[in-house]
Design a protein around this ligand. Structure first.
Ligand SMILES: Nc1ncnc2c1ncn2[C@@H]1O[C@H](COP(=O)(O)OP(=O)(O)O)[C@@H](O)[C@H]1O
Ligand SMILES: [Mg+2]
Length: 280
């Protein structure tokens, strides 16, 4: 009884999220910490908590910098607009142009926050034996539709055999491949040679590998190093969450591996290794 009460107090000290929305998350975190304590003792619990806090702080700091980076030009735009409205001499066309810039900057902020929200989602995973042809076909068709709307014209060829299956969470894997195929098609921006993006797959014993290969701009060694980092983007409208989310889905959620090989000016190959069965 007393132990339970002590634990309850300890828990409350561990993690307290004030919003009622956060209550469920708080319970989840605390129960994970309880499990860790049961296995690794109080020191284990404290160490995991510190590491988790450090990670959380890093994310918050990074986000702060990214939001500030977007807020500064937004504030500039507003300043110019209100000056223009007040002085009565700024031509209407100029005001309209400034309004468009303002809208674009707000959209960028919104996209960043919504990609970040999607990245932090932790859905309950549902594993089942799934056809990887279906997964990659669905991802390809999502990217084709999005590209059609944006006027990006790059072919996507899915060559994955119908026989390839693995125990995966279908929706999450579709999301990962959508991000990878989307990046592959975006790598052709400004290039006239547009060999199609190829999605292929092979099986090797208990594992299988799916590849997304493009002949787009490729990456320098430095860019390749930065690409998997949150907020790292080389695109005007990019947010830098696509690749990190794909890595998280493949490596943390499916215990697989994602490898990137790239040559600047030649293209990129993303290789995703998956277990055929998740095991215990
Ligand atoms: N297939 C690719 N070819 C070339 N560069 C890529 C490829 N995939 C990812 N990258 C690089 O990695 C960066 C991060 O990708 P991502 O996390 O999806 O963010 P975003 O697409 O929003 O920029 C991209 O901006 C790009 O520079
Ligand atoms: Mg992307």
């Amino acid at each position: 009884m007393r132990q339970a009460a002590e634990r309850a107090i300890g828990r409350r000290r561990d993690w307290r999220i004030t919003s009622s929305l956060g209550k469920q998350h708080e319970d989840h975190i605390n129960s994970t910490l309880d499990d860790i304590e049961a296995r690794f003792g109080r020191r284990g619990r404290a160490a995991v908590r510190r590491a988790a806090e450090e990670l959380a702080n890093t994310y918050v700091r990074e986000l702060y910098h990214e939001v500030i980076k977007l807020l500064a030009p937004l504030a500039l735009s507003v300043g110019r607009l209100s000056e223009g409205v007040a002085n009565d001499v700024t031509p209407r066309a100029k005001l309209q142009q400034e309004t468009a810039t303002l809208r674009e900057r707000i959209d960028r902020l919104r996209n960043l926050l919504s990609d970040m929200r999607a990245f932090t989602d932790m859905p309950k995973l549902q594993f089942a034996q799934v056809s990887l042809r279906e997964v990659t076909d669905e991802a390809a068709s999502l990217v084709r539709d999005a590209n059609l709307q944006r006027g990006v014209a790059v072919g996507i060829e899915v060559r994955v055999s119908e026989e390839l299956t693995a125990e995966v969470d279908r929706g999450r894997l579709v999301q990962a491949f959508t991000n990878l195929i989307c990046n592959a098609t975006e790598a052709y921006e400004g290039l006239s040679d547009r060999a199609p993006v190829v999605v292929d797959g092979v099986q090797e014993g208990g594992r299988l590998s799916l590849t997304v290969t493009d002949a787009g701009c490729g990456m320098s060694a430095e860019k390749l190093n930065d690409a998997p980092l949150l907020f790292s983007t080389s695109k005007r409208h990019g947010t830098g969450f696509g690749l990190p989310l794909a890595i998280k889905i493949v490596e943390s959620e499916h215990l697989g591996q994602l490898k990137i090989t790239s040559a600047e000016g030649k293209g990129t190959c993303i290789e995703v290794w998956l277990l055929r069965e998740q095991g215990d």
